[in-house]
Design a binder for this molecule. Structure first.
Ligand SMILES: C[S@@+](CC[C@H](N)C(=O)[O-])C[C@H]1O[C@@H](n2cnc3c(N)ncnc32)[C@H](O)[C@@H]1O
Length: 237
């Protein structure tokens, strides 16, 4: 039986409309780093990558990457077995600090920041083939035609897409109402609830993927608060 709560509802999140240097935005991004730890986002993303990639990647892109801190934590754990990765961080805001860039560089990874709207980025003509495109707490910003368009664009540039999103379920909604308990500010408290209401359940993401039969799709809940999706192109026989 589906555990989905209510109908999916996408509303504009406050953080997306605050300037990068707004103190409330800076504080909210710090909250996000803590929330990612509580959600176990890094471990979930690592499991999805382990299950989806047959070999070490050389080029990864992250959509809606924020300040890049989640992928930096991932890189710290992976750099020895995945040397020399080129990482493209896409976000509509310019959030990659010199310190984070240097930390990637120390690990031997090259970072390119694409500070632009994801659709403008996807429409660029100069994409390499990405071994993986990943997203964390990003896909839930979209619905309807925009979500389908996003997925069509991603499917054009990679054979492996993984996403870790809010789970639209009662336990996650309860958790989102409690983020004040970890000291989250007003921006995070509002956005957390909106994110769960815009989150996913069942096979909602698979239904939007442009599947021509050539993809293996996996979609399921992870831990208490997350909903995951992986699309991997089937190897031609
Ligand atoms: C909830 S935050 C998640 C950030 C990061 N992935 C994390 O886990 O900390 C969503 C991010 O998506 C970005 N974003 C929202 N809409 C976007 C768009 N249309 N194009 C590019 N980035 C977008 C926002 O700027 C924000 O940094």
């Amino acid at each position: 039986m589906s555990e989905a709560i209510l109908t999916r509802r996408v509303e504009e999140e406050t953080l997306d409309h605050l300037r990068e240097d707004d103190p409330r935005a800076i504080r909210s991004r710090r909250d996000l780093r803590r929330i990612n730890r509580i959600m176990g986002s890094l471990s979930i993303m690592n499991s999805l990558l382990n299950a989806s990639l047959a070999r070490a990647p050389s080029h990864i892109a992250e959509l809606g990457a924020g300040d890049g801190s989640l992928l930096l934590r991932l890189a710290k754990g992976r750099a020895r077995t995945w040397p020399g990765v080129t990482l493209t961080l896409v976000d509509q805001q310019d959030l990659l600090s010199a310190q984070t860039r240097a930390a990637f560089s120390d690990l031997g990874w090259t970072v390119r920041a694409a500070s632009m709207d994801v659709f403008a980025w996807l429409e660029r003509a100069d994409h390499p083939r990405y071994d993986a495109v990943v997203a964390n707490l990003f896909v839930h910003h979209f619905e309807g035609d925009a979500l389908s368009r996003l997925f069509r664009g991603i499917a054009r540039v990679t054979d492996c897409f993984i996403a870790c999103e809010p789970r639209r379920a009662r336990v996650a909604l309860l958790g989102s109402h409690l983020v004040g308990a970890i000291g989250a500010n007003d921006v995070t408290r509002r956005d957390a609830v909106l994110s769960v209401r815009a989150g996913f359940s069942d096979r909602e993401l698979s239904a939007c993927w442009p599947d021509d039969g050539g993809w293996q799709l996996r979609e399921m809940g992870a831990r208490l608060f997350s909903h995951t999706f992986a699309a991997v192109r089937r190897v031609q026989a």
